[in-house]
Design a protein around this ligand. Structure first.
Ligand SMILES: Nc1ncnc2c1ncn2[C@@H]1O[C@H](COP(=O)(O)OP(=O)(O)OP(=O)(O)O)[C@@H](O)[C@H]1O
Ligand SMILES: [Mg+2]
Length: 265
């Protein structure tokens, strides 16, 4: 990879997984993301922080083309995943979203059994031929999501019958089941209590060995706990990105300083 001296800290930055150039996002006349350039490192956790309405979710949704589903939304610029433009007309957004999975703020299990929640993706993407292989994917995804022991005896029970924290881990297991390379998480813990939050944070820390993770969070403690790099957004601009520790102890920009010290947001 090429590194731009001064903008990327070599110590914190792993190989580039996603590279966004001059990204603009508009909702009708609203200019929601303004010329964002960012590199996201592989097998690491990058946190997006910033005040409400600054564009974190909008930019996150650019990374797997979820904004395609919003009629009035227009995305300009380029976003490469492993050097390939994800907005190229030859890219199938459904395939892309299997590679770049997403976990939302509110746990949203399908109204199906726990087993079928996990099996759904591998089935529609044709990843398995035999029932035994599917069983294996279901078990290993639930294990990786730290949920197996809690649900192994009730796989036929409804996903919606789990607690909120369990449902969120089920959604993470569902995302993992199609072997994504990147997992996008938009405030994944905001509906969870502290114990469930701690479990999901532990899980994120384990997952980063194999996945590239981008997490949006309003909790600076959470960003500090789970991420290696942090990006601060403000009014549609990416103000700064760096080593998480540096952003929280020694930010370059006054707006970052004001935000992390609680002066606004
Ligand atoms: N579907 C939409 N249609 C129109 N405007 C939108 C839409 N989604 C977001 N916006 C606008 O884009 C801007 C950025 O919103 P976004 O949801 O990305 O912010 P955010 O940083 O995720 O905020 P929060 O922390 O509250 O979740 C806001 O001005 C918002 O009103
Ligand atoms: Mg948001």
């Amino acid at each position: 990879m090429t590194q731009m001296p001064g903008t990327i800290k070599a110590a914190a930055m792993t190989d580039t997984k996603i590279s966004a150039r001059n990204v603009q996002v508009y909702y009708g006349d609203t200019h929601a993301i303004k010329d964002v350039n960012i590199e996201i490192g592989a097998r690491a956790v990058t946190a997006f922080i910033g005040p409400s309405g600054c564009g974190k979710s909008t930019f996150l949704r650019c990374l797997n083309r979820m904004n395609d589903t919003i009629d009035i939304c227009r995305v300009e610029g380029s976003i490469d995943l492993d050097g390939e433009d994800i907005y190229d007309s030859r890219v199938d957004p459904v395939q892309l979203r299997a590679k770049v999975g997403m976990v939302f703020q509110k746990p949203n299990p399908f109204p199906k059994s726990i087993y079928d929640n996990i099996a759904y993706g591998p089935r529609i993407h044709g990843l398995v031929r035999k029932k035994a292989d599917l069983d294996e994917i279901v078990a290993s995804s639930l294990q990786k999501a730290g949920l197996w022991n809690e649900v192994k005896d009730r796989l036929d029970g409804p996903g919606t019958g789990l607690s909120g924290g369990q449902q969120q881990r089920l959604c993470i297991a569902r995302a993992i089941a199609v072997s994504p390379e990147v997992i996008l998480m938009d405030e994944p813990c905001s509906a969870l209590d502290p114990i469930a939050t701690a479990k999901v944070e532990e899980l994120i820390d384990e997952l980063r060995e194999n996945f590239t993770i981008v997490i949006v969070t309003h909790s600076m403690q959470q960003a500090a706990r789970v991420s290696q790099r942090t990006a601060f957004f403000h009014m549609g601009n990416l103000v700064e990105i760096g080593d998480t520790q540096d952003i929280f102890t020694n930010p370059v920009d006054k707006r970052t300083q004001d935000y992390i010290t609680g002066r606004f947001g």
